[in-house]
Design a binder for this molecule. Structure first.
Ligand SMILES: C[S@@+](CC[C@H](N)C(=O)[O-])C[C@H]1O[C@@H](n2cnc3c(N)ncnc32)[C@H](O)[C@@H]1O
Length: 344
């Protein structure tokens, strides 16, 4: 890819009703690599690139936003995908195929949605921004395989939405098993989304997310005995097999975020394959209590559950040192410890 900065457009030429200069929409050889959220201080840098394969690339994305006079909103984490290859790879990571049912969080202009629909999937999309909802609703009006809801995903009772959809799907196709999630997420809701979706192994088989790169690494490859090792790592491994697929440099988004992203696949375990604990509620309550006193030994931080000598004894029975701290325990260690304490 040859990269040459060809011009700089002063952002004063942007306005809420005409956010992108028409030259961006019309020139086939210009590629937007950088733009800040502040219209007063920002410049847009245009760079020549030699690749523009799919119709749903940077032109389509910018044209689509321009057609609505939309300027990306930082509060909604609106960083739109400009590289259609990445959308293809997100769909491939979930092995999306004809007949699949896919939930997409935050369709934006619909560039990823289009890939999913072209693969033959039925898509339920949920976006908080009513303007983006109108945009994709119009864009895919001709498709009977697309539905969009205007809701805040974190508050939208996704479990009941999905259960009623799966029920009616299974009536028409008794072999239909599980749905998938594929999404370029706003970074600010990614932890909430992971906590919400991963325990839904009875509904979804795969959750493929585009996350902030550092957050992706912390979720998938946390090292024991580091400050990055947290209860969410226990949750991720309890409910799924996570895989870090590949890094996505920040230049692929408009506007360009300050950080790189990464594609992560969570292959969800079916509930029958969860680690064997008597109660997931009491298991995660123990894990959270243990990490509340992160620097403390478990015999101190779990004192509200049992006395110090009893916790020491349980650690011993679980084959763990009596001086254990939470960041030293794997998922398997926590399961053993929980089950010993629950038996007593
Ligand atoms: C990072 S953009 C991605 C857009 C599009 N998928 C793409 O790849 O270009 C995030 C999208 O999520 C939407 N969004 C932000 N917060 C949301 C929330 N709480 N619930 C649902 N959608 C949300 C934004 O409006 C935006 O369309």
């Amino acid at each position: 890819m040859s990269v040459v900065i060809t011009s700089t457009i002063n952002s004063k030429s942007l306005s809420p009703t005409r956010p992108f200069p028409s030259c961006i929409n019309n020139s086939p050889s210009l590629f937007l690599i950088s733009a800040s959220f502040s219209r007063r201080s920002s410049n847009i840098f245009l760079t020549k690139v030699s690749c523009a394969k799919s119709p749903d690339d940077y032109h389509a994305t910018l044209k689509s936003l321009n057609s609505r006079g939309r300027f990306p909103r930082k509060s909604l984490g609106q960083h739109y995908m400009l590289n259609s290859d990445i959308n293809d790879q997100l769909a491939a990571a979930a092995n999306v195929k004809e007949g699949d049912f896919v939930l997409e969080i935050g369709p934006g202009t619909g560039s990823l949605t289009n890939v999913l629909l072209n693969l033959g999937a039925t898509v339920l999309a949920i976006d908080k921004d009513p303007h983006m909802v109108d945009l994709v609703r119009e864009r895919f009006a001709g498709s009977d395989k697309f539905k969009v809801l205007q809701e805040d995903f974190v508050k939208c009772h996704i479990r009941s939405h999905m259960l009623s959809i799966l029920e009616s799907r299974r009536l028409s196709d008794p072999d239909f098993a599980l749905a998938k999630v594929v999404s370029n997420l706003p970074f600010n809701i990614s932890t909430d989304v992971v906590k919400l979706l991963l325990p839904m192994g009875d509904i979804f088989s795969h959750v493929v997310l585009l996350l902030q790169d550092e957050a992706a690494l912390r979720l998938v490859e946390p090292a024991l005995r580091t400050s990055e090792y947290r209860p969410i790592n226990i949750l991720v491994n309890f409910y799924s097999e996570p895989e870090y697929n590949f890094r996505v440099p920040r230049e692929n988004f408009f506007p360009q975020p300050k950080v790189d992203a990464a594609v992560v696949t969570f292959k969800l375990k079916h509930p029958r394959d969860y680690p064997d604990v008597s109660s997931t509620k009491s298991f995660f309550s123990l894990v959270n209590s243990a990490f509340n006193g992160k620097r403390k030994m478990l015999r101190k931080s779990l004192q509200h559950i049992s006395s110090s000598p009893e916790i020491e004894k349980a650690l011993g029975v679980a084959g763990l040192p009596v001086t254990s701290r939470p960041e030293e325990l794997t998922l398997g260690d926590f399961v053993k410890l929980h089950n010993v304490i629950a038996r007593e």
